[in-house]
Design a protein around this ligand. Structure first.
Ligand code: ATP
Length: 302
């Protein structure tokens, strides 16, 4: 069956949505920003970009085909002479949790940006479910707006504040609605980012190294929270990480991105609750590390 709403992206500039074009313009800011304003401006741009992203995600006219949350065929993205994505194919089923690994610079974030609708310079076919949210490594909260307003940014309607409160309660931050972002810990700020993603009731949540900046203990708590939220809401998840163990702990399926394509696509066949000491866990870890070109024994010698 043909997808209901279909989006073929085959030109250098995505002209399908103005919002997407705006977001791209915001995202691809020049590297030579005025040094004096860099910190503040960057922060503002990031937060605003995130808000734009949510807006873009909600307004993009896309719909997963045949029950899939993501269907990509022959996706290509180049920057000048540098080909980052080179004919990539990917299908993510509705409700499926997929982790994406890849060496630094392999194009993981580029893929997320394309799926988020912030990057138009591509060729190939990209179909994604309409309601989608993105969570980044930094929470990207607007510092001058309280927590609840950060969660509901860009939303309208009479029940928005209540929806925001429910989302905050779900991430364990009931009562923190009036806190300023500066008063939140890194883990709390990331919980707010999760609440901001969830309040939009997405069919697809894309997370780009969301726990990369958190300490080990907070990460473990965030893993449990994310699993709980996924069980409750059942969105499809595309989770970018550098951490092989994190991928195996959380995902139904793990992908490795190498030279612009998926060089490995394996189901996580490890009994729950997943334990690092399980031989099946260990075997999969070795397979993934080998694919990433990491020599476990050599790494252990350091
Ligand atoms: N706007 C841009 N202009 C030019 N090159 C870009 C742009 N965005 C990304 N790239 C290049 O594309 C490649 C992939 O970048 P990307 O951020 O997607 O990698 P990544 O896999 O997410 O890396 P990391 O794991 O280090 O975050 C890199 O070589 C990067 O320099």
């Amino acid at each position: 069956m043909a997808p209901r709403l279909r989006r073929n992206l085959s030109t250098d500039t995505d002209t399908n949505t103005t919002a997407a074009a705006t977001a791209v313009a915001t995202l691809e800011r020049p590297a030579t920003a005025d040094a004096q304003h860099t910190a503040d401006a960057q922060h503002t741009a990031d937060a605003q970009h995130t808000a734009d992203a949510q807006h873009t995600a909600e307004t993009a006219e896309t719909r997963g085909a045949d029950g899939a949350a993501i269907r990509i065929r022959g996706l290509r993205r180049t920057f000048g002479n540098h080909t980052v994505l080179d004919g990539l194919d990917l299908t993510v089923a509705s409700g499926e949790f997929v982790a994406l690994l890849g060496r630094s610079g392999s194009g993981k974030s580029t893929l997320i940006r394309i799926l988020g609708g912030f990057d138009g310079g591509i060729s190939g076919e990209v179909l994604a479910t309409r309601q989608r949210s993105v969570v980044f490594q930094e929470a990207r909260l607007l510092p001058w707006t309280r927590t609840l307003a950060n969660v509901t940014i860009g939303l309208s309607g009479r029940d928005v504040a209540e929806r925001g409160r429910v989302a905050l309660a779900e991430v364990g931050l009931a009562g923190r609605e009036r806190s300023w972002p500066v008063a939140l810990s890194g883990g709390e700020a990331q919980r707010v980012a999760l609440a901001r993603a969830l309040v939009r009731e997405p069919d697809l949540v894309m997370l780009d190294e969301p726990f990369g900046a958190l300490d080990a203990l907070t990460r473990i708590r965030m893993h449990a929270l994310l699993q709980q939220l996924c069980r409750r809401h059942r969105p499809a998840v595309l989770f970018v990480t550098h951490d092989v163990d994190e991928a195996i702990l959380l995902a139904d399926r793990v992908l490795v991105l190498t030279e612009g394509r998926l060089s490995l696509d394996v189901p996580v066949d490890v009994a729950s609750p997943r334990r690092r000491t399980d031989p099946a866990f260990d075997r999969l870890r070795s397979t993934l590390l080998a694919e990433l070109g990491v020599d476990e024994l050599a790494e252990g010698d350091h």
